[in-house]
Ligand binder design. Structure first.
Ligand code: 3PG
Length: 411
C-alpha cells in the first residue's frame, strides 16, 4: 500500500510550487508538432487548474522526448497548448534554472504559471542517482530555494530516477498532484485490493513485459484469470507443446522471444487453470483472414488474431468479472481483417460497466479507434511506468514521494 500526501494536505495560496508534470507527447517527426495533447490536458484539467484556483505561483517542469530522438523538442508549443486548454495565460521561458528562469519564478504572482525549458535539455537530468545525490545537483540547488512545495504529478515518469522526479523530495515538502494521486489510487485498487474475480486481458507485442506482469499477478493471487492474445499467447501455446508452424516460429525466433519459453512453462505448471489461451486463431493468408482451431496448427501462415470461438469463450469469462485490467490488443488491430478479436473484446469490456483499468499506447489507440474511451472507468496516462507497476516493481518517483512525506512535516 502506497502512502503519500496530496494537494489536500498543503495550503498553496500565494506559495511557489514546483510541479513536475509529464507533457511528453506524440510528435510529428516532420513538423515537430504535438499530435496528441492528452497528457497536457490531464494535468491542465486537474492539478494545474486547481493550483491556479487556489492562488499558487506555479512553476511547471517536464520533459519531451530524449536528446537525439525525433520527438525531442523544447516546450514552447506545450505551453501554448496548455494556455488554450486552461484559458489562462501561461508564460514560457527557454531556460531551466539559470538567471532567466530564476527571475521568472521570482516574479510570479498568485495564480500565475510559468513553464520552464525541457528538463532533458540539461544532460544531468537523466543521470542515475539516489534522492540525496540528485538533490545536490544544479537543478535542485537553483530552483528549490525559490519554492515552498514540490508537487509530483508525473506518474508516467515515476519509473525513472531522473533528477526532477526525485531530487526535490529531499529538500522540499512534497506531495502528489491529482494525476499522480488518481493513478496510484487506481493501481492500488487493481494490485493490492482487487475485486474478485479479477480478469486480466493481455496481448500486444511486448511479450517480455507481459510475461513479467503475468508472473507477478499470478504469484500474488491478484488475477483470477489471465486471457491471452497477441504475441504472448503464441509463446504460451508454444510452451504448451503446440507447433504453430514456420510463419510464426521464424518471427518469434527472430525477435529472440523463444528464450522466454522456460519461464512460461514454469507458470503453466502452477497456474494452468488460470491461464486461458486461444482455442482458435486467425491466420493471415495473403492478407485474408482464415480462422482455424489451434489443433489444426501448424501453418506456414502467421497468426494475426484470436478466432471467433476464442472471442466467445473470453466474453463468457469477462461476464463473471468484478474487475478488469486490459493491457495490449489481442491481434493486429490496425488491419481491418484482423481487428475482430480486439474490437469485440474491448467493446464487451467497455459495455460491461465493470471497473476497468486500461493502459499502454496501443490499448489506448485501439479504444480510441472504436470510440470506447469514455466507457472505460480508468485509462492510465502511463506506458512504461504502468507496466513496471503491474510487474510489482517499486517506482523511484513514488518511493521518493512516500519517503518525503514520511520524513517532512508539512507547513
Ligand atoms: C513515457 O512516455 O513513458 C514517459 O514520458 C517516460 O518517457 P521516457 O521513456 O523517455 O523516460
Amino acid at each position: 500500500m502506497v502512502h503519500f500526501k496530496t494537494l489536500n494536505d498543503i495550503n498553496v495560496k500565494n506559495k511557489t510550487v514546483i510541479v513536475r508534470v509529464d507533457f511528453n507527447s506524440e510528435i510529428d517527426p516532420q513538423t515537430k508538432q504535438v499530435t496528441n495533447g492528452v497528457r497536457i490536458c490531464a494535468h491542465a484539467q486537474f492539478t494545474l487548474k486547481e493550483l491556479i484556483e487556489k492562488g499558487a505561483k506555479i512553476v511547471v517542469l517536464s520533459h519531451q522526448g530524449r536528446k537525439g530522438d525525433p520527438d525531442y523538442t523544447d516546450l514552447k508549443q506545450h505551453a501554448e497548448i496548455l494556455e488554450k486548454m486552461l484559458k489562462h495565460p501561461v508564460k514560457y521561458v527557454d531556460d531551466l534554472f539559470n538567471e532567466e528562469a530564476q527571475s521568472a519564478v521570482k516574479q510570479l504572482k498568485e495564480g500565475e504559471i510559468v513553464v520552464l525549458e525541457n528538463v532533458r535539455s540539461w544532460s544531468e537530468e537523466t543521470k542515475k542517482g539516489t534522492t540525496e545525490q540528485q538533490s545536490k545537483t544544479a537543478l535542485i540547488q537553483n530552483l528549490a530555494p525559490l519554492a515552498d512545495f514540490f508537487i509530483n504529478d508525473a506518474f508516467s515518469v515515476a519509473h525513472r530516477d531522473n533528477v526532477s522526479m526525485i531530487g526535490f523530495t529531499a529538500v522540499l515538502p512534497s506531495v502528489a498532484g491529482r494525476i499522480m494521486e488518481r493513478e496510484l489510487t487506481q493501481l492500488n485498487k487493481v494490485l493490492e485490493n482487487p475485486q474478485h474475480p479479477c480478469i486480466y486481458v493481455m496481448g500486444g507485442a511486448k511479450a517480455d513485459d507481459s510475461l513479467e506482469i503475468s508472473k507477478y499477478i499470478l504469484h500474488n493471487n491478484v488475477a483470477d484469470k489471465l486471457l491471452l492474445g497477441g504475441i504472448i499467447s503464441q509463446l504460451f501455446m508454444t510452451a504448451k507443446g503446440l507447433n504453430l508452424g514456420k510463419g510464426t516460429m521464424v518471427f518469434l525466433e527472430k525477435k529472440g522471444l523463444l528464450d522466454l519459453i522456460p519461464g512460461i512453462q514454469e507458470l503453466l505448471t502452477h497456474y494452468s487453470d488460470k491461464i486461458i489461451l486461444p482455442v482458435d486463431i486467425a491466420l493471415n493468408v495473403d492478407g485474408k483472414r482464415l480462422e482455424i482451431p489451434v489443433n489444426n496448427l501448424p501453418s506456414e501462415h502467421p497468426i494475426f488474431d484470436i478466432g471467433t470461438k476464442t472471442v466467445e469463450k473470453y466474453i463468457e469469462i469477462i461476464s463473471t468479472a468484478q474487475s478488469i485490467v486490459v493491457s495490449g490488443p489481442l491481434g493486429v488491430y490496425e488491419n481491418n481483417n484482423f481487428c475482430y478479436g480486439t474490437k469485440t473484446i474491448f467493446e464487451t469490456i467497455a459495455n460491461s460497466k465493470t471497473s476497468c483499468l486500461a493502459g499502454g499506447g496501443n490499448t489506448i489507440a485501439a479504444l480510441d479507434q472504436y470510440n470506447l474511451t469514455s466507457k472505460i472507468s480508468y485509462i492510465s496516462t502511463a506506458g512504461g511506468a504502468l507496466v513496471e507497476a503491474l510487474m510489482g516493481k517499486k517506482l523511484p518517483g513514488v518511493v521518493a514521494l512516500e519517503t518525503a512525506t514520511e520524513t517532512k512535516a508539512l507547513p
